[in-house]
Ligand binder design. Structure first.
Ligand code: ZN
Length: 226
């Protein structure tokens, strides 16, 4: 299992002498991180939260895909297999695509449970789109702007939200994450990337808003949903 120390040792040590990463160096770090976690998992929540400072939503998707190739649940905190493991060679691409698009339980091919599917989406939606090489100094063990990185790339885990019964700050963080993807229901943004994700997250937003009105039991029920 990977810890923050493992990430530092595997991916970051060679780049401690300068704050500004080149594009190539950022790519190397990305590959090392994916290599570390495609066949292992984060030891604790702290590690997954720390990872947020290096990941974009696309990089995270690559990590999920790589984990799936290794027959692991896509959520990097999980050591289980997806609920439904399919031989990727047993069907052609068209069939696969059809099944993914038409099967409401398609997530079970990628995650051990609906809960981890939710956790994963919740994590992904909060990641910054800013390229890693533009995140000056995030890779340094000692950086004068460490506190700023902690804020800029803060990720709240869905598990935390549930534990803390969705504090106001967490809700704000969720909502700002959704806005980033243009999912704000008031924004009128029609440039939607992924209808399924959008539907899913809009439902979340609706549920989270209920929580905001002091009804935390909704989130409790939510976890048991299947
Ligand atoms: Zn899982």
């Amino acid at each position: 299992m990977a810890t923050i120390e493992d990430i530092k040792e595997t991916a970051l040590i060679p780049f401690q002498k300068h704050r500004q990463l080149s594009m190539h160096e950022a790519e190397v770090i990305t590959l090392e991180i994916i290599g570390l976690l495609c066949d292992s998992e984060c030891k604790d929540e702290k590690t997954l939260k720390y990872l947020g400072r290096f990941l974009t939503p696309d990089m995270y998707q690559d990590l999920v895909d790589e984990r799936n190739l290794n027959k692991r649940c896509g959520y990097p905190l999980c050591g289980k297999s997806p609920e439904r493991i399919r031989d990727p060679f047993s069907m052609n691409d068209t069939t696969k695509k059809f099944l993914l698009e038409n099967n409401p339980y398609a997530y079970l091919s990628h995650y051990c449970s609906k809960f981890h599917f939710r956790c994963s989406q919740f994590y992904q939606v909060q990641l910054s789109d800013e390229a890693l090489f533009a995140r000056t100094g995030v890779h340094l063990f000692e950086d004068p702007e460490q506190d700023k990185h902690d804020i800029d790339f803060k990720v709240t885990l869905f598990e935390e939200l549930l534990r803390e019964k969705a504090s106001e700050e967490d809700i704000k963080s969720l909502i700002s994450g959704l806005k980033k993807l243009g999912l704000d229901p008031d924004s009128g943004n029609t440039d939607k990337k992924d209808t399924e994700l959008e539907d899913d997250l809009s439902k979340w937003l609706a549920q989270i808003k209920i929580v905001e009105n002091n009804n935390p039991s909704i989130l409790g029920d939510f976890t048991k949903e299947d």
